[in-house]
Design a protein around this ligand. Structure first.
Ligand SMILES: C[S@@+](CC[C@H](N)C(=O)[O-])C[C@H]1O[C@@H](n2cnc3c(N)ncnc32)[C@H](O)[C@@H]1O
Length: 205
């Protein structure tokens, strides 16, 4: 089964509050965005956002320039349906983040548990190219991957685990690491998953 088919199947068959990565409120993301100056006048894209409630939470706080990209159309349908009329304010993009040409800049690029699925260098290179095309100079990258002591698989797929230095080095030049922390995410099933969170700022000019 290819990646797109895998993720379409996941969101067609599993309610969003039963998947291991579910969180009712994406508090770590909201706090990090606020801590680093994010405000409703900024634009944000949630890359691999799936059925996350992040853009719904931001829309409720007055953000108006929001986008979600995901490889799985059914994931976006779930998120869109849950938002109701507010969903019209969000740009929903079905695409592979490792093979995407953003047509505009975003002030904030958010990625929770997506980049770590890119276990081949060619896919990581494609993602980096999209990132450097889509993230505004001076913009913020908020990224969470499984930590070095995190699980080796997610949704049955192998992942690449990172510490903050490894992640910053993999993302390459042009991004300054501002902050990092470790989080133990409790899954709906009561399991524990260790995440590595990094906030990086794109060097301007
Ligand atoms: C573990 S889930 C995390 C979802 C969301 N970020 C969250 O925190 O709730 C991974 C998500 O990445 C999406 N995804 C996986 N590979 C992708 C790719 N190459 N491009 C875009 N989305 C991808 C999946 O469809 C899924 O929604």
């Amino acid at each position: 089964m290819d990646r797109r088919a895998h993720w379409e199947e996941v969101y067609r068959t599993k309610p969003r509050d039963t998947v291991s990565w579910f969180q009712p409120v994406p508090q770590a993301s909201l706090d990090a965005i606020a801590r680093h100056g994010g405000n409703p006048a900024r634009s944000l894209i949630d890359v691999g956002g799936g059925a996350s409630t992040l853009v719904a939470e931001l829309a409720a706080r007055g953000w108006r320039d929001l986008a979600v990209l995901d490889i799985s159309a059914p994931a976006l349908e779930v998120a869109r349906a849950a938002m109701g009329a507010e969903s019209a304010k969000v740009d929903w993009i079905v695409a592979d983040a490792a093979n995407w040409n953003p047509a505009r800049h975003y002030d904030i690029w958010h990625d929770r548990a997506v980049f770590h699925f890119l276990t081949e260098e060619s896919a990581r290179a494609g993602y980096r190219s999209a990132l450097m095309q889509g993230l505004a100079p001076g913009g913020l990258l908020v990224m969470a991957t499984f930590a070095l002591d995190g699980p080796e698989k997610c949704s049955g797929l192998p992942v690449q685990r990172y510490g903050p230095q490894e992640l910053a080095a993999t993302l390459g030049e042009g991004l300054d690491l501002q902050e990092h922390w470790h989080e133990s995410h409790v899954t709906p099933g009561g399991g524990m998953q260790n995440f590595n969170w990094c906030v990086l700022r794109r060097v301007s000019g």
